[in-house]
Design a protein around this ligand. Structure first.
Ligand code: ATP
Ligand code: MG
Length: 424
C-alpha cells in the first residue's frame, strides 16, 4: 500500500471551516490599506538569495538558519521569501517607482522560514506588510502605528500593547555597538553560543535573545538612550508627542532592537498578552539606509509587517467565530430527467440574483438523501424540480429553517421571494 502523503510540518492547510475567518481578516486588511491610501504591490514568492542575504543581514536568524534556499536548474541560488521588505525594495528600484516620488505600498501573502514549528510559529505563515518610501519624518511612523491601532479596533481586539524604541542614526549605532561589544566581551564566558557568534558580527542582536539565561547580562548592558544622536532623539521625541496627541498609549522599551539588520531610528512592536510565548503580533520600523544599500538613491523608508496567523489566533481567543457561509438555495431534481431543468433554473437564479449562493444537487440519490445534504450544508430554501412541476412550469419551495412551510411557485415568483427576503 502506498504511504499516505502529508503536508510539510509547519505548513498548514486552511480548511473550508477556517477560510471564512481568514477571508474576513483579509477583507479588513485590504480595507485598512485603502483607508490610508496605500496601493497594493504583488511580489514573487522566490527571489535571488542575495536579495535577502544582503539586506536582512548575513548574521541574522533569518539568513543564518531560517531561509529556504535552493539551487534551481540553472545553478542559481534562490530563496523563498522570509519577509517582504527586501523584495519590495528590489522591485521599486527595478521598475523605477522612486523617481521623484513617494510611495505607500502594501501587500498580503505567505512568507517562509525554516523555524521550529509551534503554536504561533510556522514555516509558511502570512503577513500583511506595509512599506513607505521617501518620507523621513516621524509623522509617517506615527501614521503606521495609527493604522495598526485602527486595525485592532476594527477587529475588536484588545490587550495589545505598543512598544517603541529608537535605534538612532548610523554613527550613533556604531558607537553603541562598540560599547555593547565591550560589555559582552567582558562576560564572554556567560554568553550562549548564539550570542558569542553575534558578538563581533551583530552585537545588537544579542539584546534580542530569547534565552532566559542571558536575561541578566542583557539587563546590565548599556542603554541605547545614552548614545542617541540629537537628530534621532528629536525624531523620537516628535514621534512620542504625535502618539500622545493621537491618544495611542505606548511604552518605550530600550531593549527593542528587531532581528533584522536594516533598521535605524524608529522601531516598534505590538505585543499581546493572550498569545503565550509567540506574543509579537506586529513589528515595524524605519530602514532609511536600505534603498541605498540596494544601489538606489538615498531614500528614507519605513514600514511594518503583521502576522496573520497570530491575529487569527487572537481573534479566536477573544471570541470571534468564523461566519459559516451557507447557501441560500438548494436545488433538487426529483427525478433523474429533471437534472437539466435544475441546472437551467440555477443559472436563471444566478443571473437574476448575483451574489446569492445557489447550490444544485449533483450526484443523484433519493429525494430523502438530497434533503439530508441540503440540511448538512445549512441551506435556507430547498427547491424541488419534478416532472409534474416541469409540466406546470412551477417548482416546489420548502423553507428549511423557519418551520418548514412549503409552496409552489413559478421561477419568477421564486426570484421575487428571494429578492424580498432582503438578501443580495
Ligand atoms: P519572532 O520574534 O516571533 O520570531 P520576528 O521578529 O522574527 O518575530 P518579523 O520578522 O518582524 O518577526 O515578522 C513580523 C511578524 O510576523 C511577527 O510579529 C509575527 O507576528 C509574524 N511572524 C514572524 N515569524 C513568524 C512565524 N514563523 N510564524 C508565524 N508568524 C510569524
Ligand atoms: Mg523570528
Amino acid at each position: 500500500m502506498a504511504t499516505t502523503l502529508q503536508s510539510i510540518r509547519g505548513m498548514n492547510d486552511l480548511l473550508p471551516s477556517e477560510t471564512p475567518l481568514w477571508q474576513a481578516l483579509e477583507a479588513e486588511a485590504r480595507a485598512l490599506l485603502a483607508a490610508y491610501g496605500y496601493e497594493e504591490i504583488r511580489l514573487p514568492l522566490v527571489e535571488q538569495t542575495a536579495v535577502f542575504a544582503r539586506s536582512i543581514g548575513e548574521h541574522t536568524d533569518i539568513v543564518e538558519k531560517e531561509m529556504y534556499t535552493f539551487t534551481d536548474r540553472n545553478g542559481d541560488s534562490l530563496s523563498l521569501r522570509p519577509e517582504g521588505t527586501a523584495g519590495c525594495v528590489r522591485a521599486i528600484l527595478e521598475h523605477g517607482l522612486l523617481r521623484g516620488q513617494t510611495q505607500r505600498l502594501g501587500y498580503l501573502g505567505p512568507m517562509f522560514r525554516h523555524e521550529r514549528p509551534q503554536k504561533g510559529r510556522y514555516r509558511q505563515f502570512h503577513q500583511l506588510g506595509v512599506e513607505v518610501f521617501g518620507m523621513p519624518g516621524p509623522d509617517i511612523d506615527a501614521e503606521l502605528i495609527l493604522m495598526t491601532a485602527r486595525l485592532w479596533r476594527r477587529l475588536g481586539l484588545d490587550g495589545l500593547t505598543l512598544q517603541i524604541n529608537s535605534l538612532g542614526g548610523n554613527a550613533a549605532r556604531a558607537k553603541y555597538r562598540a560599547e555593547l561589544v565591550r560589555h559582552f566581551s567582558a562576560h564572554e564566558q556567560a554568553l550562549d553560543a548564539d550570542s558569542r557568534r553575534r558578538l563581533t558580527a551583530n552585537p545588537l542582536r544579542i539584546l534580542d535573545s530569547k534565552n532566559p539565561a542571558m536575561a541578566d547580562l542583557i539587563a546590565a548592558a548599556p542603554a541605547f538612550a545614552d548614545f542617541l544622536d540629537a537628530d534621532s532623539a528629536a525624531h523620537f521625541e516628535m514621534l512620542q508627542s504625535l502618539l500622545k496627541d493621537a491618544g495611542v498609549p505606548y511604552e518605550v522599551n530600550p531593549r527593542l532592537v528587531r532581528g533584522l539588520d536594516y533598521y535605524g531610528r524608529t522601531v516598534f512592536e505590538w505585543v499581546s498578552r493572550d498569545l503565550g510565548a509567540q506574543s509579537a503580533v506586529c513589528a515595524g520600523g524605519r530602514y532609511d539606509g536600505l534603498v541605498e544599500q540596494f544601489g538606489g538613491p538615498p531614500t528614507p523608508a519605513t514600514g511594518f509587517a503583521l502576522g496573520l496567523e497570530r491575529l487569527i489566533a487572537l481573534w479566536r481567543a477573544q471570541g470571534r467565530a468564523a461566519a459559516a457561509s451557507a447557501p441560500e438555495v438548494y436545488l433538487m431534481p426529483v427525478e433523474p430527467e429533471c437534472v437539466g431543468a435544475v441546472l437551467r433554473l440555477a443559472e436563471q437564479l444566478r443571473d437574476a440574483l448575483p451574489g446569492l449562493s445557489i447550490v444544485s444537487h449533483c450526484g443523484g440519490g433519493s429525494l430523502k438523501s438530497q434533503f439530508k445534504r441540503a440540511d448538512r450544508v445549512g441551506a435556507r430554501l430547498a427547491v424541488m424540480v419534478g416532472g409534474e412541476e416541469l409540466r406546470s412550469g412551477k417548482v416546489t419551495v420548502k423553507d428549511l429553517r423557519g418551520g418548514g412551510g412549503q409552496q409552489t411557485l413559478t421561477p419568477a415568483a421564486l426570484i421575487d421571494l428571494l429578492k424580498q427576503s432582503g438578501r443580495p
